[in-house]
Ligand binder design. Structure first.
Ligand code: URA
Length: 222
């Protein structure tokens, strides 16, 4: 059965122009919960809002919730999240001090028997969800915006860029924040060859260590 915005007693979202600006991240999450800006809300269990401290200096952005995130309502709690947690810890970044979110806030999947197979969000879905990402950025004012993978890069920049073209470089976004792109942790989980895995892991850690160094420098400056 197709889910509608009226399921779970949710109110339909006002047209974009009529939405009052959410004054807080929790108010934003309430607005996100009734989002119908793209069709992905119809089949997902729930929206997965970002989480973390409102004063976080670092915003970590993934692609979209996976199966476990869709069920729990929390970002990066499944296999990619577990790998991200290990990598952040090794790199010396405290996840609890970062705000963690996704470029697309509903799970996109294809049913395959009892399983739900992840499907990459398309450009239209990413662009529709930028509405929310932009508001998270406005409420947080992070100093460093980190994109994990190509979907997050598009969510931040509003245009597609290959990860390989921009990864590892800290770039000014022009709004007072800086930007760092790296791979999505799921890309490491997909590798089969042991030496490819080791190389990809080293590269991922090297990128995440740039976040740790950025945090140290930021703390000294503020
Ligand atoms: N992958 C993502 O990009 N985000 C999540 O929350 C989980 C997996």
């Amino acid at each position: 059965m197709e889910k509608s915005e009226f399921a779970l007693g949710a109110k339909p979202l006002p047209a974009a122009g009529l939405l009052t600006e959410a004054p807080s991240l929790s108010a934003l999450a309430e607005q996100e919960a009734v989002c119908t800006r793209c069709p992905l809300y119809k089949n997902a269990t729930q929206v997965v809002p970002g989480e973390g401290p409102a004063q976080a200096r670092v915003l970590l952005i993934g692609e979209q919730p996976g199966d476990q995130e869709d069920v729990s309502g929390r970002p990066f709690v499944g296999p990619s999240g577990k790998l991200l947690d290990i990598a952040l810890e090794r790199a010396g970044v405290d996840r609890d001090r970062c705000f963690v979110t996704n470029a697309v806030k509903h799970f996109k999947f294809e049913p395959r028997g009892k399983r739900r197979l992840h499907k990459k969000p398309d450009a239209g879905e990413i662009d529709a969800c930028r509405w929310w990402l932009d508001r998270e950025r406005a409420l947080l004012s992070p100093g460093l915006v980190v994109a994990l993978g190509a979907t997050a890069i598009r969510g931040v920049l509003g245009r597609s860029e290959a990860v390989s073209r921009v990864r590892g470089e800290i770039i000014d976004l022009g709004d007072g924040a800086q930007f760092l792109a790296t791979v999505h942790p799921s890309s490491l989980l997909r590798l089969r060859d042991e030496s490819d895995k080791r190389q990809a892991w080293r590269g991922f850690l090297a990128d995440l260590r740039k976040i740790a160094r950025w945090i140290e420098k930021d703390a000294r400056a503020n």
